[in-house]
Design a binder for this molecule. Structure first.
Ligand SMILES: [Zn+2]
Length: 172
């Protein structure tokens, strides 16, 4: 069965995601192989629209290799999306867990727009912490390579839930 943008289907695929900041070779960021493929509900727009667009029309067994420009993915890296926050907001029971505040660590935060986002700790000072609210893939062109392993109709339940059910059952 072919993937079609006109219907929701459950797609099983391998992929390698390479990130390219146009300075040097693209780097492998994430990989799912045939032993551990990605199973997802296609046609919900949960993924990048350009990602779904590029898979449209592919059949089982077909390979893909395409690039999504930064602008169509997570946008440019924005210096303004970093911010110093008072260290008190990281207090739990009146105490800051300095173990948690490691530079480079990614923490779930509420972003400037009120959304839940993952933010990276850039700098830790005695009284404040600099956080980076940019998406980890911002500033990169994304290159996807892989092979479609299977395509099937989504069940009514999967469409209602908005996600694929591996093995036919909902594990959420
Ligand atoms: Zn479910």
């Amino acid at each position: 069965m072919k993937i079609s943008k006109d219907r929701q289907s459950v797609v099983e695929t391998t992929y390698q995601l390479y990130v390219d900041n146009q300075q040097g070779e693209p780097a492998l960021y994430e990989e799912r192989n045939e032993e551990d493929p990605l199973l997802f509900l296609y046609g919900t727009g949960a993924f990048l629209p350009k990602f779904e667009e590029a898979l449209d029309g592919l059949d089982e067994g077909q390979e893909f290799d395409f690039k999504i420009a930064c602008d169509d993915a997570y946008g440019d890296y924005d210096e303004k999306k970093t911010d110093w926050l008072p260290i008190e907001i990281f207090e739990v029971d009146g105490k800051v867990d300095m173990e948690m505040l490691q530079e480079g660590r990614i923490l779930p935060m509420i972003g400037p727009d009120g959304d839940r986002v993952m933010a990276e700790i850039l700098t830790v000072k005695k009284d404040k912490v600099e956080m980076d609210f940019n998406h980890p893939l911002s500033g990169y062109d994304l290159i996807f390579k892989g092979k479609i392993l299977s395509v099937r109709m989504a069940t009514k339940e999967e469409i209602e839930h908005g996600h694929a059910h591996p093995g036919g059952s909902c594990d959420h």
